[in-house]
Design a protein around this ligand. Structure first.
Ligand SMILES: Cc1cc2nc3c(=O)[nH]c(=O)nc-3n(C[C@H](O)[C@H](O)[C@H](O)COP(=O)(O)O)c2cc1C
Length: 160
């Protein structure tokens, strides 16, 4: 099944998981990149990114590497920002027709619950074959690899 892993990552945790998932599924991988970069300072990012997530902002993104319309299965990866989806994911969801796609998602947090993000994506997509919540994905490398393996098995089992 032609699969695209789409993700946004600011500090590399979601990217780390995205690359493992794409490798295991032999999928194409596409980072979302806002045209206007978010600040990298701790205070700046917590204020601006937090606000962007809380208010459901949809920042303009650089052109996509791939056309999601060409894929049957889309796997979305997002950091948890203020218990919500990272703002670039809102843009992706608004621009893409996910009807008739097989969808799954993975979430990267620093310890918080991804429940709100999962609910939001479920609401937007209508269905997800699998979800994976990771805590400090890069730091907990071994656990992340194990949980990614389980996630990949789970979503592949849905195809049978
Ligand atoms: C603006 C902002 C809000 C965040 N809110 C939460 C949160 O609500 N719960 C949580 O556990 N982690 C939160 N985090 C931490 C990130 O979810 C976590 O570091 C994640 O792994 C970052 O992914 P990345 O490295 O791919 O950017 C927040 C980080 C930022 C920048």
């Amino acid at each position: 099944m032609k699969t695209l892993v789409v993700y946004y990552s600011m500090d590399g945790n979601t990217k780390f998981a995205a690359e493992l998932i794409a490798r295991d599924l032999s999928a194409d991988i596409m980072p979302l990149e806002p045209i206007k970069n978010y600040p990298r300072s701790t205070i700046g990012k917590y204020i601006l990114c937090g606000k962007a997530a809380t208010f459901g902002e949809k920042p303009k993104l650089k052109p996509y590497l791939y056309d999601p319309a060409d894929y049957e299965r889309i796997i979305i990866g997002t950091p948890v920002w203020n218990s919500r989806l990272a703002a670039p994911i809102n843009t992706f969801l608004k621009n893409s027709d996910m009807k008739n796609k097989t969808t799954s998602a993975f979430f990267s947090s620093a310890g918080g619950d991804a429940g709100k993000c999962i609910a939001k994506l479920n609401e937007k997509l209508g269905h997800m074959e699998g979800t994976l919540s990771l805590i400090n994905a890069k730091k907990n490398e071994e656990l992340t690899q194990k949980r990614v393996g389980e996630f990949v098995d789970q979503i592949n089992a849905c195809l049978k």
